[in-house]
Structure formats: structure tokens, C-alpha cells
Design a protein around this ligand. Structure first.
Ligand code: ASN
Length: 523
């Protein structure tokens, strides 16, 4: 579990009424909600009532029944809610659900369904702390990759999950996957599109489905998990978590060009005519070439394959090289790869095919981008989807337990020093403390759960708040009393700070609006 929650499940509750987080579950279909029909398994409606309400881990019957305001298909609605018993982090997760109509087997998901998911998140963004998307596993890695590119300046967790067996089956992975997703979405401000499966939270655009039957269905071969369930707690790998560093709210791109892209897997004996036929498809704008090993195709610099690729690139088609291997990266190390590079092929480093296709579709749909700009962006990470500088080894040294506990003490005193610097308005000291490894202080909090942004918001120093936000600090963290930095800034009359927080996407939660002394326009 992350440092700021290191005592989360050992300390007694700080008051008798525990705070609640709000999570919206968006049901799109998949095995998790399937029941046997005349032609085999098919998705069934009413998941919250039939699968969650009867299970004590999803339904703490002691809470008041509450309808939550939500948006569905652009309309204001009220969704029934349930809440979990207290989590190890001393909160309840209150959740409501909207379901797509029709619910789909994910093999039928298309770009318009991705857009519907992205819009559902955007329209409900100010009403919930996090989002859980129920989705079939077949095309889950594609949807997770697509959503990661579609959402710019995401500040809240969007967690996709599903299961290999229906929740109604005797032996199923559904309860573990759903409960883990709900707890993470309602506890940690991990502002990424992520995929939770079999006790691990992965960056969505790094995943690929590796088993059609095992509960361990997904892998993220080139990127460590963002978090792991570890007994009662959850270990978040905070240094890996990406955070927006521009002061702007969430924006969503819903148009992806999936109809003018293709992918083709090279195999021994592949004919140049075959590749040429694909590259000459009418309106084809981009091809993902799945090559051998580090990015090789048969033939030399002037071989027939390299020639048809070169001529397609000259006609304006973008060709990107990704490896057929699940782990590792492509690089022009061998002569065949070097020839492709000289022909103008973009090297996709350690991109998965899913991320390569959706990134290409996303960039092709951006208005006003030239081919050169698209090519340049394809070769660099935009949402953590690729490792910029491939290293010979991707293993990370692990520190010993004593080193970890020493670090924790050092971190605690460093956070205290940061708190003092903020209180004294010493912007230079704040900057110094946050250099290098000090950036980890942005995910920490004091005994009352106040992050650096909470402290700076109350002190009212706009320069310090701006500095924190530009370093990736979240505006959505809540302290133990469930207050956001914006709530504290507004309450203490720090209007300039409140304004800046709003520019960075902060808003009052529904419950803060009800609790605070404002008019309904305050959020
Ligand atoms: N065919 C199912 C789907 O992708 C597989 C699953 O969810 N496990 O919808």
C-alpha cells in the first residue's frame, strides 16, 4: 500500500461516521454479467440488483438507501446506490450503475462504443470520485488503450475490469475483480485509464490478453503494475503513476479513425504482393506491421517487402513497426530493421499492437496534424504507452525491508518540512523539497489526510499551488474529513487559489455542495 495510506487499516476510525467515496459503474457487457441463453452465454441486464445487492461484500445493509444524481445519455437521472462495508482504508464505497443498451460481448465493441464510454465518464465526472467500466475481456485491451488516448488531463481513476467466468458461476473471478476495482477507484486518486484483473492494476494501454481461459488473463509485459492487492492492503507504485501537469480540466476526444488503419503480421514466406494489396487498400492511412523480434522482415535493403513498404510510405501511408514478441521492443539494431527505418517506417518501441492501433487511430483523427507531426507523436509516449529510452534490462532493483522502513521515516519528516515551507509561504523551499525523489511527497499526506495541495490551498499561496499542480499534484485528493483542496480554499476565502484549482479541473463533490455554505453554482 502507498506511503500515505501506510497506517490505513491499523489505526482506529477517526470518527464514527466514516466518509464515503462515490463510484459510478458503467456496464457495457462481457462475461461478468452473462447468463446461459439459447445460443450460449449472453449478457444480462440488472447487474447491480442481481449480482451485487445480494452479496455482503458489495452491500452493507446498514447505510441509508440513497439515489445518486447521474447523467445517462445526456439526461439527468437518479441512480439507486449501494455501499460496501468499510474498506481497509476506513471508507465506504458508495456506487451506482448505468448499463449500456444493448449490452455487448466485447468482440463486438467498436469505436462508437469507446466514445459512449468516454462520454459517460465525462458527463458524470463532477458527480463521482472514480469510474469502473465492466467490459468483456476479448477486446478489453483495445478499449483500455483507446480510452487512454481519448482522455486528456484525466484527474480521476477510470478502471476497466471484467471476468473470465460469469459472476453467477460457482467458481468465478468476477467478485475479486469487481471488488478490487471498486476499492481502488474509491480510495486512490490514480488518474489513469487502468485495467484491474487477477489482483493487479495495470496501465490500460500496456495490457494484452494472454489467456482465453485462465483467471490471469492479462499481462503488461513492458510495464510494471500500477498497483497490487497485497492481503488486506493495496500497494500502489506511486512513482509509476502518471499525473497531468498542465493546469486544464479533462477533455475528451471521441473521434477515432479506426476505419483507415490495419495491422498485418509478417510470417515466413509472406509474399510482397500480399503486403502490397493491404497497403493499396483504398483510403488506407496507416498500417501497423507486426514484425519478427526487434523489428525485422524477410529480405534485404532492396528486398521486395522493403520496396512495397517504401513505395506506400512515399504515397503517404504511415507504417509503424511493432514486435510480434509480447515483451521487449523494436529497434533498428539488425540490418532488416535498419532498412525499414531508412524506408521511413516508424519504430513503435515497446508498444502493444492494441496501443499501436488505437494511438494511430487517435492521431489520425486529430484535426490539423500533418503527416510529419503524426509520425513524430507516434514515436514518443503521450500517455505512458511506450518506454521512451529502451534499456537493456527492464528489471528494477528491489529495496530491502529495512531500507524501505528507513525511507518511510525520512519521507515522513520530509513531508513535515514541506508542510512548514507551505505554511510559511516559502516557494523556494517547496521547490527544493520537491526536486528529484522529493516528487513522491506529492502523493503523501499528514495525519489528517491533508496533501500538499490541501495545505497550500488553505494558506492561500497561489504560486505554491501552481507549482504543485504543474508537478502533477492531484486536485481530487480528499483528506480524512472527506474535504477536497477546493472545499478548503473556498471555505477559508482563498478565492484566487480556488479559481486556480478550478482551472485545473477541481470541483466540489455533490456531498461537499450539500455540506458547505454555498449556492448551487459554487461547484
Ligand atoms: N467473450 C467475452 C467478452 O469479451 C469474454 C469475457 O468477457 N471473458 O465479452
Amino acid at each position: 500500500m502507498g506511503p500515505r495510506h501506510s497506517n490505513g487499516h491499523t489505526t482506529p476510525p477517526y470518527n464514527t461516521i466514516l466518509p464515503e467515496s462515490r463510484v459510478l459503474i458503467i456496464g457495457t457487457g462481457g462475461t461478468i454479467c452473462m447468463q446461459e441463453g439459447p445460443d450460449g452465454l449472453q449478457p444480462s441486464e440488472g447487474f447491480m440488483d442481481s449480482a451485487m445487492a445480494p452479496r455482503p461484500s458489495f452491500n452493507d445493509r446498514s447505510g441509508p438507501s440513497l439515489g445518486l444524481p447521474a447523467k445517462h445519455k445526456g439526461k439527468d437521472i437518479t441512480v439507486p446506490s449501494l455501499r460496501t462495508p468499510p474498506t481497509a482504508y476506513n471508507r465506504h464505497i458508495r456506487y451506482g450503475m448505468v448499463e449500456f443498451d444493448p449490452l455487448l460481448d466485447s468482440s463486438s465493441m467498436s469505436a462508437s462504443d469507446w466514445a459512449a464510454i468516454a462520454l459517460a465518464v465525462q458527463q458524470n465526472y463532477h458527480l463521482f470520485d472514480g469510474f469502473v467500466i465492466l467490459h468483456g475481456t476479448d477486446s478489453l485491451a483495445h478499449t483500455a488503450s483507446a480510452l487512454s488516448f481519448m482522455m486528456n488531463n484525466l484527474g480521476k481513476p477510470v478502471i476497466l475490469t471484467g471476468s473470465q467466468a460469469p459472476i453467477f458461476a460457482l467458481q468465478s473471478d468476477a467478485v475479486d475483480n469487481l471488488l478490487g476495482s471498486l476499492i481502488i477507484a474509491g480510495t486512490f486518486v490514480i488518474p489513469e485509464v487502468a485495467l484491474f484483473f487477477h489482483h493487479k492494476l495495470y496501465r490500460g494501454n500496456r495490457t494484452t490478453k494472454v489467456s482465453s481461459a485462465s483467471f490471469e488473463a492479462f499481462a503488461s509485459p513492458n510495464c510494471e503494475p500500477l498497483a497490487r492487492v497485497n492481503g488486506l492492503g493495496i500497494d500502489v507504485n506511486w512513482p509509476l503513476v502518471l499525473r497531468p501537469t498542465t493546469i486544464s480540466p479533462l477533455s475528451v476526444a471521441t473521434d477515432l479513425d479506426t476505419t483507415h488503419v490495419a495491422s498485418l503480421r509478417i510470417f515466413p514466406g509472406i509474399k510482397a504482393e500480399m503486403l502490397d494489396a493491404v497497403l493499396r487498400l483504398p483510403d488506407l492511412r496507416g498500417l501497423i506491421l507486426e514484425t519478427f523480434g526487434m523489428g525485422n522482415v524477410p529480405g534485404g535493403a532492396d528486398g521486395p517487402l522493403t520496396r512495397v513498404i517504401k513505395s506506400a510510405i512515399e504515397r503517404g501511408v504511415i507504417v509503424m513497426n511493432v514486435s510480434q514478441c509480447v515483451a521487449g521492443f523494436v529497434s533498428p539494431v539488425y540490418a532488416p530493421g535498419t532498412h525499414l527505418g531508412r524506408a521511413g517506417v516508424v519504430f513503435g518501441l515497446d508498444l502493444t499492437v492494441e496501443a499501436a492501433l488505437t494511438k494511430l487511430s487517435y492521431l489520425l483523427a486529430q484535426q490539423g496534424l500533418s503527416k510529419a507531426e503524426i509520425t513524430a507523436r507516434l514515436a514518443r509516449p503521450i500517455r505512458g504507452e511506450m518506454t521512451e529510452m529502451p534499456q537493456p534490462s527492464f528489471s528494477h532493483p528491489t529495496s530491502s525491508l529495512s531500507a524501505a522502513s528507513e525511507r518511510l521515516t525520512v519521507e515522513k519528516s520530509a513531508f513535515a518540512a514541506l508542510g512548514y515551507a507551505i505554511e510559511e509561504g516559502d516557494a523556494a523551499a517547496v521547490r527544493d523539497l520537491l526536486q528529484g525523489d522529493g516528487a513522491q511527497l506529492l502523493t503523501q499526506a499528514d495525519y489528517a489526510g491533508n496533501t500538499a495541495v490541501h495545505l497550500a490551498a488553505v494558506t492561500g499561496n497561489v504560486d505554491i499551488v501552481r507549482d504543485l499542480l504543474e508537478r502533477g499534484a492531484s486536485v481530487h485528493e480528499r483528506n480524512k474529513a472527506n474535504n477536497s483542496p477546493l472545499f478548503l480554499a473556498s471555505l477559508s476565502g482563498k478565492d484566487e487559489c480556488a479559481q486556480l484549482l478550478k482551472q485545473a479541473g477541481a470541483h466540489l463533490s455533490v456531498e461537499e455542495i450539500e455540506r458547505g455554505p454555498w449556492k448551487s453554482s459554487a461547484g
